[in-house]
Design a protein around this ligand. Structure first.
Ligand code: GLU
Length: 523
């Protein structure tokens, strides 16, 4: 291995195609940072490469070799989250492919063999240092003001000692024998060249004493064996990039192009964490965010088309995304802005049919409709669709549907608070008279004719000596159970004549009971 190390950095391969991979570790819910990396991978393979006439393959690989951080069920949940988000992959643990298996814990033989080949070539060595020695070295280095790390004690171990230790079954790790002199240049597609002095690099562990590889070995071996052409990964890996460059050199392999995506910061700076709100995809899904709104929002955290356009459909992104417009500077995750995108998609982009289908799981969770009501043939579907049409302009998230649509879908409302039925500047007795007269008027109108219904009820207000606002408020509370609602006559139409009558009658009853036991007048 030479001391001057460089990596190849072609944007695209001259022939053949591009192969990118998303390589999450199943340590918990899929984080927005990870999914944005996956999105960049996917858009590059499916969009940019295709536009250049190249084949683009997107690979999902599970990096589960850190057994201490493994969370059972995390693989299934991240696969489900990626699919919900709208990504698909050509190769992966669930779909197979020519380089299977795609789960690293099933590939440990390969890593061990590659570690052995590095040892044989003098690029790696066995380290038998016990934990207490490593701890002591760390403390000594710290006291001496040196950067933390290993003192390379076992790098110089005579071959007989190594053989004896092995014969005695001594636990050990395999470390990379990092060159001591020279410099290593990392070529990052968006950050350019980053030069490292080899003397500052550590002899990183490649194979742990449990026989599992570290990220560094497994990742490099797999990217090579899986013929990956472009590596997109989080900025937290920049410091180890020179070691990866050196590993490729040690193996005698050419290195894929490398791109570290920009950091995602919390509002006000710092690491985005739970205390700023949701960070995992499952949480956004549960909070009623649309995957297309999240995709649109996330792609803009580190990429821009022209600096001004904000709304991009998936098709737009496939047509316009280019890694050349990925920025190196961090993006800030702003939950309010995401909510704005979500509302925009619900209000302006989703069709009513689509919205109806998507609110059903949220409505079903609270028992308002059957889980099968998303199907147009289901008897409850028409009503959900009408509710969706009425509230499309008001919803910010799908999770608001039960609260905002409940009164349209439930048979009966919660018991009335009689006070709310008494409009301002009227008496309970006047409100009761108004509701009784409304009940009679409802028999004469066809709620499908919203204008005629309105005209009739305006006339009624006049007959009762009430302001229209006063009468309409009493009716609104009676019909919806709340003081704010979508336009009253459209709402009454959706609620339907039978339920309107039943609700106005129930409201009148509640008032009648309270008139018997007087309540204070509305002020
Ligand atoms: N398993 C690593 C992670 O989850 C992958 C990093 C990479 O893409 O190389 O951060």
């Amino acid at each position: 291995m030479t001391d001057q190390q460089t990596a190849t950095s072609a944007t695209t391969e001259p022939s053949g195609g591009v192969r990118v991979r998303f390589a999450p570790s199943p340590t918990g819910a899929l984080h927005v940072g990870g999914v944005r990396t996956a999105l960049f991978d996917w858009l590059f393979a499916r969009g940019e490469a295709k536009r250049q006439g190249l084949d683009g393959a997107f690979v999902l690989r599970i990096e589960d070799t850190d057994r201490n951080r493994y969370v059972p069920g995390a693989v299934e949940s991240l696969v489900a989250s990626l699919r919900w988000f709208g990504l698909d992959w050509d190769e992966g643990p669930d779909v197979g492919g020519p380089f299977a298996p795609y789960t690293q814990s099933e590939r440990t033989d390969r890593y061990r063999a590659h570690a052995e080949s590095l040892i044989a070539g003098g690029h790696a060595y066995r380290c038998f240092c016990p934990p207490d020695r490593l701890e002591r070295v760390r403390a000594e280095r710290q006291a001496a003001g040196l950067p933390p790390g290993y003192d390379r004690h076992c790098r110089a171990l005579p071959a007989e000692d190594v053989a004896a230790n092995l014969a005695a079954g001594m636990p050990h790790v395999v470390r990379f024998a990092t060159p001591r002199q020279g410099e290593t240049i990392v070529h990052d597609l968006i950050r350019g060249e980053i030069t490292y002095q080899n003397a500052t690099l550590e002899d990183l562990v490649l194979l742990k004493s449990d026989g599992y590889p570290t990220y560094h070995l497994a990742n490099v071996v797999d990217d090579h064996l899986m013929a990956i052409t472009h590596i997109f990964r989080g900025p937290e890996w920049i410091p180890t990039a020179p070691v990866h460059v050196l590993l490729y050199q040690a193996f005698g392999w050419s290195m894929p192009a490398l791109l570290h995506v920009p950091l995602i910061l919390a509002p006000g700076g710092g690491k985005l964490s739970k205390r700023h709100g949701a960070t995992g995809l499952e949480e956004f899904q549960a909070q009623g965010y649309l995957p297309e709104a999240l995709m649109n929002y996330l792609v803009l955290l580190g990429w821009s088309y022209d600096g001004t356009t904000e709304i991009f459909s998936r098709a737009d992104l496939l047509e316009k995304f280019s890694i050349r417009r990925i920025s190196a500077s961090p993006g800030t995750f702003d939950h309010d802005k995401l909510r704005w995108f979500n509302q925009h998609y619900i209000n302006h982009i989703l069709s009513v049919d689509d919205l109806a289908a998507r609110v059903v799981p949220f409505l079903a969770d609270t028992g308002l409709v059957d889980a099968a009501a998303a199907a147009p043939s289901h008897p409850q579907h028409a009503q959900v669709r009408e509710a969706a049409a009425l509230l499309k302009d008001r919803l910010e998230t799908l999770a608001q549907a039960p609260d905002l649509m409940g009164f349209l879908l439930a048979d009966a409302l919660a018991p009335y608070d009689p006070l709310t039925l008494v409009p301002k500047k009227t008496e309970p007795a006047a409100a009761l008279r108004a509701l009784e007269a409304t009940l009679a008027a409802l028999d004469e109108v066809d709620l499908a004719d919203e204008a005629a219904t309105e005209a009739r009820l305006r006339g009624l207000a006049e007959e009762l000596g009430l302001k229209t606002g006063q009468l309409f408020m009493a009716i609104r509370v009676a019909v919806t159970g709340r003081t704010q609602s979508p336009p009253l006559f459209a709402t009454m139409h959706v609620v339907g004549a039978d339920r309107c009558r039943a609700r106005v009658a129930a409201a009148a009853d509640a008032l009648r009971r309270s008139v018997a036991t007087p309540v204070p007048a509305g002020d």
